[in-house]
Write a protein of this length. Sequence first.
Length: 84
Amino acid sequence: KDSEDMHHTGWYNHETNTMFVYTHNRNLIDILRTIAHELRHRKQGSQGRIHGHSPPGSPNERDADAEAGYLMKLYAKEHPEIIE
């Protein structure tokens, strides 16, 4: 989805099981990292760990950031061209 007024690069809504990822003017690696981050939130929801909004620095956000970073490192190892 393209939108000029986005304030987040993505989000996951546990109640509706929907994900939004902002792609306009973003590198592929950044888009993939956002997808991985939001999918981690989906997993957190299936584990009963989501209770409302997770502010930056919260345990759920740190977990999603760490998992997304780890997955991007694995992906970049196999596809170094993604970093360019």
